[in-house]
Design a protein around this ligand. Structure first.
Ligand SMILES: *Cc1c(COP(=O)(O)O)cnc(C)c1O
Length: 838
């Protein structure tokens, strides 16, 4: 058909079920299977065809069917129950925040991607799922919270495999009227539009709103008629296009995002940059402050003091840096608006990069984010450590362990990923309000009351559903690729419900080593084809469209899956999305993850599997290094670093096969002989992982560790016309000017050996170059086997500082002395980034 226009005719719902429409526009349904069932019941073919999208389902279902259900007593009863739960959720006043953090200031959370549900494809992978889950738990806990993101009208991409298992990408234009979005309205009731200058043009941005339980997500969209064709495509694809497009998208997210909040009158006092993509929000906030009369440095202090930055990966591809020339094209007009110079502004983002064999000053989004915030964190304990080392160069003279980057270990939204069957089973042993206190570790011990039979019953059902799903998907793929009738028929027997089934699904970034399993195919074949104790594998995952090595991994798995000895026992599914993820984490027996340590900052899919009683089997990286306790799953490899990647891959593959053969397979099949060992591991995985790696625990950590103090600090700095910010800014620039002229020398009287508890006298002489002595922190630093202690020296008032330093433990100590400028109100002793060692 040659289309000349489109129109959406909205359904008129029968009054008895009229609220199906209201519920369709609140993503509450995305973590409430019983709510989804109300739409599936309308027409399950339509429901499945349109990615389980309630808005679309309501549009497509014929009126007669709606009338039929509006007169169906059983349906009305289910409808009433869901609506009662929904109303109770929305009206709940006694929330975690109201009880335990009532002074929390409103949070604005900025992220490039969000994964709420497969029908809203504005995400690529784990980062998006994490952001979506964060919003869901922010709603559950009652946070004053607004999220800001982008409406990618072609999404990331839909993944297809061709006949040879090579990934191809399809881009589907979303019809926005079929998504659970509404135009955001200004307080005056008008559709919200903001504009942003980009490359000498003015780009119009439409603002949509998405309701996620009690919180709101604002989504930015340039696809409006006023914009040029080119500008309309700025929000077409996530992570598509070239570096020019990336920078423009980052300007949109940050700048248009802040303008949207202001236009809508949404309060925000804590700003959370989820990954460096969001860093440019600081530009607009500084501009506002400068327009309000502050100088650049003072404005920066107020902005940074109320900002938290979360870094998500040590992998280079995840830490964008752009040439200054490229940045000039899109933020060239900003230095003047911020009352600063290009050099001063870019210095705050500088991270030199190799371009064509030359080291070139570059604008790093991560460095800028670190400079635009006074609180920063990684996403697991190990990742915090890796990040401190990685960004240590920004803090000259500091040891890696003191770099002010902390960590909050990631979690996942339990209810989004836990099957209804498992939820029902859990409800038989957990207290009635268990979904409201998922983070309560003691509560989860009740899972010990579940028997092997109960767990096995639920898990077998979920496995059957997963296998049916895999077969249907594979059949469709075969038909599309013109497979023979015999091959199509063979999809009916893919996978066996009796075999130990292992899932592996995630983005096919090469560091995740999706093909590690095939390092010794003969050994793998013996494991897979064991006559009494067979093992099978289900893979899924997308490679970035420009990542050919990632695509080659997919093809390798596809080819292995076609070899006679692995056929029907190893499968790789197309188009990994939240739907595939749910089926797999709910249906497999074990979840496998074998990234190259320490590059997996956290990982979250293994948490989702554990919630469903599928124990995690993984390299001790990211969250699993904290989660594994010897009883709740299995490790792969050792906690160590390798100089040679091949050696590391070999060692990890060897460990993987060994654990499978010696521990996992015997335990799983021991179940058939009535051995309770397997059920024990399943219970342990549920009860230990569910609370500690719940998104509720994660968001509570963010509130207590960051949102509360960052909000307080921001308010203190902004009070009285930003008086404190002004003092700190001018003190910092003065001290910075004096610092080259200040100096320190020190002596310690060190015996050749000492007794534990003995003290050593240390004396330092300082030339403060005019800096007040009480604004200098002079300290001895003791390094005992990599463990640092700082002992302050006392000023004698004449430039001499001294102390007797206790040596508490036995061991080899290195002693140093250094000075740092300090003043009340700093977020951290290293904040001025000035350190001088004697
Ligand atoms: C959870 C999830 C991820 C993240 O998986 P990792 O194993 O943590 O990399 C990616 N994509 C989807 C669709 C997910 O649900």
């Amino acid at each position: 058909m040659n289309i000349i226009g489109k129109v959406t005719v909205l359904p008129q719902l029968p009054p008895a079920i009229a609220r199906l429409s209201e519920l369709a526009y609140n993503l509450y349904w995305s973590w409430t299977p019983n709510a989804q069932e109300l739409y599936r019941a309308l027409d399950c073919t339509i429901w499945e065809r349109f990615q389980q999208n309630p808005v679309r389902t309501l549009l497509e279902v014929p009126r007669a069917r709606l009338d039929e259900l509006a007169a169906d007593a059983a349906y009305l009863e289910r409808y009433a129950a869901v609506m009662a739960d929904f109303d109770a959720y929305m009206a709940q006043e006694n929330t975690w925040v109201s009880r335990l953090a009532p002074t929390l200031r409103p949070v604005a959370y900025f992220s490039m991607e969000y994964a709420f549900h497969e029908s809203l494809p504005i995400y690529s992978g784990g980062l998006g799922v994490l952001a979506g889950d964060h919003c869901k738990s922010a709603s559950d806990l009652g946070l004053p919270f607004t999220a800001v993101g982008m409406l990618f009208h072609q999404g990331y991409f839909r993944q297809l495999f061709d006949k040879d298992g090579w990934q191809t990408e399809a881009y589907d234009e979303q019809d926005l009227t079929t998504l659970p979005l509404r135009p955001a309205l200004t307080p005056a009731g008008e559709q919200a539009r903001v504009s942003v200058r980009l490359g000498g043009r003015t780009v119009q941005v439409r603002v949509w709103t998405l309701q996620v339980g009690r919180i709101q997500v604002l989504l930015l969209d340039t696809n409006v008629p006023e914009n040029s064709e080119e500008d309309r495509k700025l929000t077409a694809r996530l992570y598509g296009g070239n570096q020019d497009l990336r920078v423009q998208q980052y300007v949109l997210l940050g700048v248009a995002g802040i303008r949207a909040l202001r236009l809508l009158g949404i309060p925000a006092e804590v700003y959370h940059m989820n990954e460096g993509h969001a860093a440019l929000l600081a530009l607009e906030r500084i501009r506002e402050a400068v327009a309000g009369g502050l100088d650049f440095r003072t404005a920066l202090e107020t902005v940074a003091s109320s900002t938290l930055f979360t870094t998500h990966t040590p992998v280079a591809a995840g830490n964008d840096a752009f040439t200054y020339e490229l940045m000039d094209r899109y933020i060239g007009e900003w230095p003047a608006q911020l009352a600063t110079s290009r050099d001063d502004l870019y210095a705050l983002a500088r991270h030199d990069q190799m371009w064509d064999n030359h080291l070139v000053p570059s604008f790093s989004m991560t460095v800028f984010a670190l400079n635009m915030s006074r609180a920063a964190n990684g996403v697991s304990e190990l990742h915090g450590e890796v990040s401190r080392k990685m960004w240590n160069f920004l803090y000259e003279g500091a040891e890696p362990e003191e770099v002010p980057i902390g960590h909050v270990t990631n979690g996942a939204h339990n209810l989004t990923f836990t099957s209804q069957a498992m939820r029902d089973l859990l409800s038989t042993v957990l207290p009635q309000d268990w979904t409201e206190r998922l983070e309560d570790e003691a509560m989860w011990q009740a899972v010990e009351g579940l028997t092997d039979d109960q767990l096995r019953g639920v898990q077998l059902n979920m496995k059957r559903e997963m296998i049916a799903f895999v077969r249907a998907r594979m059949r469709e793929q075969m038909l599309r690729n013109g497979a023979s009738a015999a091959d199509v028929a063979a999809t009916e027997t893919l996978l066996s419900e009796n075999a130990l089934t292992i899932g592996f699904a995630r983005r096919f970034a090469t560091y995740k080593r999706a093909t590690l399993l095939f390092r010794d195919k003969a050994r793998l074949s013996r494991i897979v084809n064991h006559p009494e104790r067979p093992v099978q594998f289900v893979f899924a995952g997308k490679a970035h469209p420009a990542d050919n090595p990632g695509k080659a991994f997919i093809q390798e798995i596809y080819r292995v899956s076609q070899e006679p000895e692995f056929r029907g026992k190893i499968v790789i599914l197309e188009n990994y999305d939240m739907n595939v993820a749910r089926h797999l984490v709910q249906g497999v027996d074990i979840w496998l993850n074998n990234p190259r340590r320490p590059l997996e900052a956290s990982g979250t899919s293994g948490m989702k599997a554990s919630f469903n009683g599928s124990p995690n089997f993984s390299v001790l990286d990211g969250w699993w290094r904290e989660g594994f306790d010897g009883t709740n799953g299995w490790p792969i490899g050792e906690e160590r670093e390798y100089a040679d990647l091949t050696v590391q891959d070999d060692a990890d593959a060897f460990s993987l096969y060994g654990h499978l053969e010696e521990a996992i397979v015997p335990r799983y099949y021991g179940r058939q002989g009535g051995d309770d060992g397997w059920a024990h591991t399943v219970r342990r995985s549920i009860e230990t992982v569910s609370p500690r790696f719940s998104m509720q625990r994660q968001v509570i950590d963010y509130v207590q560790k960051y949102y509360l103090p960052v909000g307080e600090r921001g308010a203190r700095m902004a009070a009285n016309g930003a008086q404190r910010a002004r003092e700190i800014a001018s003190w910092k620039s003065w001290v910075q000017g004096q610092w080259p002229f200040a100096s320190i020398t020190a002596q310690a009287t060190l015996p050749a050996s000492a007794q534990p508890g003995q003290t050593i006298p240390v004396v330092a002489h300082v030339n403060p170059a005019g800096i007040r002595l009480d604004e200098l922190r002079v300290e001895a630093v003791l390094d005992r086997g990599g463990h640092l202690t700082h002992v302050p020296l006392t000023s004698r008032g004449d430039g001499t500082f001294s102390a007797d330093i206790p040596l508490n433990d036995s061991g080899l100590y290195s002693v140093g002395v250094r000075m740092l400028p300090q003043i009340d109100g700093l977020s951290h002793p290293l904040e001025p980034r000035l350190i001088k060692w004697a």
